[in-house]
Design a protein around this ligand. Structure first.
Ligand code: RIB
Length: 332
């Protein structure tokens, strides 16, 4: 069986330094921590975690609550969290809440039994209120909305949506349909605000018939696109509030014999990997998912370790990615 002596042999460090690095990583230099972790991996050392956790009253684990684990955008946020946690000597537990409060409460209990030292919440609507028991550990929001409490990380969802709709307007579209997330979803609310701002600034009234509500899935995007394409005065462009719904919409329009962007332009939101590979490639908003996850994890671990009690809202930059589904760039 591998022991701490093997780690000492490979790393050239004393067992006392190795114990300190494993028990209190924040108390050793980053370079030492890296040497220890490298040797631990090399010899496959498995310290008695239970004993360590009892000694320190810490689990060195963070719990990530994901509203939908199959959404590639959340996979990129989780990848950023995992890479940061790994570098700082923590493990990651993932709870897929499927957007359900009941599941969220179930996973949140893990921190009450000390199975996790802190929580990163990916759902934008987590606000500790009267109905929720405050968690006995630090919580950081990685994909916040305008109403999300600090500490949190997010992009300017309304601003990004406004820029996207302004791009569609600049290409001459006036009837711009929306494939929204659910009415209550805070990201959908923020992104709808951006749509309204752009339409109003262009002097265009709001037509409720042009708005269809989905649930961020491809199937709901396809349903919404079919309904919008069937309108007597159908829109010439669609603003979909995420890429997955836009991909569903692309397929539905193609099945209906409509060409994109000729008959209808389509844009998405997120810039998941598949967005560049659809036919035609999808215009979208790139959210820096991996950076959002990494930043949220740094904030959480600093709070857990009592270093920096960051209590800010961090707004990371988004990018408009113009591709063929809206006729590319620049506008004519
Ligand atoms: O929850 C679904 C959507 O909200 C994701 O696709 C992403 O856009 C997130 O912000």
């Amino acid at each position: 069986m591998t022991t701490i002596l093997d780690v000492a042999r490979v790393s050239g460090l004393s067992t006392a330094t190795i114990s300190r690095a494993l028990r209190n990583p924040e108390k050793v230099a980053a370079e030492t921590r890296e040497r220890v972790l490298k040797a631990v991996r090399e010899v496959d050392y498995r310290p008695n975690m239970l004993a360590r956790n009892l000694r320190t009253d810490r689990s060195f684990t963070v719990l990530v609550l994901v509203p939908g684990i199959t959404n590639p955008f959340f996979a990129s946020v989780t990848a950023g969290i995992e890479a940061t946690a790994w570098r700082r000597g923590y493990s990651v537990l993932i709870g897929d809440t499927c957007d359900s409060r009941e599941r969220e409460a179930h996973y949140a209990q893990l921190v009450e039994t000390r199975l996790a030292d802190g929580v990163i919440q990916l759902s934008p609507d987590y606000v500790p209120d009267d109905q929720r028991r405050p968690l006995p550990c630090p919580v950081v929001h990685a994909c916040g909305c305008e109403l999300t409490a600090a500490p949190s990380v997010r992009i300017d969802n309304a601003g990004a949506a406004r820029e996207l709709v302004e791009h569609l307007l600049a290409r001459g579209h006036r009837r711009i349909g929306v494939i929204s997330g659910s009415r209550e979803n805070p990201h959908a609310i923020d992104r709808m605000k951006g749509y309204h701002q752009a339409m109003q600034a262009a002097g265009l009234g709001l037509d409720e018939a042009l708005i269809q509500y989905g649930d961020f899935s491809m199937e709901s995007g396809a349903r919404a696109a079919r309904a919008l394409a069937a309108l007597p005065d159908r829109p010439t462009a669609l603003f979909s509030m995420n890429d997955e719904m836009a991909i569903g919409a692309l397929q539905a329009l193609s099945q209906a014999g409509l060409s994109v962007p000729g008959d209808m332009a389509i844009s998405g939101f997120d810039d998941i990997k598949f967005a560049a590979h659809t036919i035609p490639p999808l215009t979208t908003v790139a959210q820096p998912g991996t950076e959002m996850g990494a930043k949220a994890c740094e904030i959480l671990l600093d709070r857990i370790e009592g270093k920096n009690q960051d209590n800010e809202v961090h707004i990371l930059p988004h990018r408009l990615i113009l591709r063929d589904s809206t006729g590319g760039y620049p506008p004519p």
